[in-house]
Design a protein around this ligand. Sequence first.
Ligand code: GDP
Ligand code: GDP
Length: 439
Amino acid sequence: MKPVIALVGRANVGKSTLFNRITKSRDAIVADYAGLTRDRHYGDARLGAQEFIVVDTGGFEPDKPTGVVAEMAKQTRQAVAEADVVIFVVDVRAGLSAQDHDIAKFLRTQHKRVLLAVNKAEGMQESPLLAEFHELGLGELHPISSAHGQGIRSLLEAALEGFTPEEDEFGSGPDDEQRPIRLAVCGRPNVGKSTLINAWLGEERLVAYDQPGTTRDAIQVPFEREGRRFTLIDTAGLRRKGKVFEAIEKFSVVKTLQAIADANVVLLLIDATQGVSEQDAHIAGYILESGRAVVIAINKWDATDDYQRQTLQRSIESRLTFMKYAPVLHISALKRAGLSAVWKALLSAHASATLKMSTPALTRLVHEAAEHQAPRRDGRFRPKMRYAHQGGMNPPVVVIHGTSLDRVPDSYKRYLESRLREHFKLVGTPIRIEMRSAA
Ligand code: GDP
Ligand code: GDP
């Protein structure tokens, strides 16, 4: 699982500036997806090969137990509880405050690794003002400037010490076909996750297979269906009790993000009687960002009337426009209707996400695409695509080599993407296109 880093600190110390800086490089990947609303509080990030999740918490004032502030404190506590490492941000220009002491006191009770980031320290590396923060008793100080990007790398290196990047599951091993497909079923509480999974696991064709180390409370359930092995990954809001899954009330964004990151394919459930909520759209945003293959299943279709069906269609169109590549199915977990179509869609999404595309086939495709419509020249630069190769799977990454390719606009990349989808029949997976220019 990806490590989780929580940013904690009182208001105005620079947490969101730091959050944006840490997650910025990932933003660029998804910047051109229309309709993607980002949740400012959770993001994917990477340092070298190490991927991690960052959580920004609201301003934290542990001693004000009412209203919005209390709710924020609750959220912060949950974020800290779910984090592997906490970065406690303080503001050197404002100086040490009573609130900082309260937060430090709270953090000491949490038995988490805490790093003290002294922000707004640009030009103040040697300042005596830094020293007073030693009073917090949290060890080494990490002077940083979130606004100017100073000290961030060494702060993150310290935070991620001891974590090792997961190995790429999609190496070119000969046993790729034999590897279980890692499946995460996501959705808000009450959308029908446990009903669906129990319906699946109750079917005879779905044989749970024994795997060493699988315990009674295992959060990963291996099973087989029609000769294909799957591993069902634990998702927020689900718990295994004996042979059945039951829903638990608490919804955890962090668990959802980790499950998505850990999966090959995600099944996103939407409640037909509720429409696509903002939270659904955020989860979809993470799925896009993670690059995982995805199938959307609208559950409780049996319980909708015509009006609800129309509203639903509109909410899908407006809130999930950035996920047009995902197949959308209508099902009833309760009545066990439409479930075999879900399996088919999951398998094709996985097959698309892990398809091997040869260099000659990709090169031919980009040449043909350019013959049909060449990238526009930009002043005296004429972008030229020479050849293309596959740079990764799940999601498929297509690397195009040539000249002046940094001048190719996003609209042209979208054009290439649709050619790729059409040619290789790619469904249910995002595609990443990287341009590499010699000059
Ligand atoms: P948050 O409330 O903790 O999320 O704080 P913000 O990220 O919104 O930042 C609060 C203010 O501090 C904003 O005006 C930022 O521009 C400013 N700020 C953030 N980081 C730095 C920094 O490294 N140096 C300076 N001088 N200002 C910063
Ligand atoms: P979870 O929190 O996502 O695991 O949701 P549950 O599986 O516990 O389902 C929440 C409620 O929705 C239960 O009362 C289910 O019986 C009901 N439910 C689940 N699937 C369907 C469905 O397809 N149709 C209808 N009408 N109700 C459903």
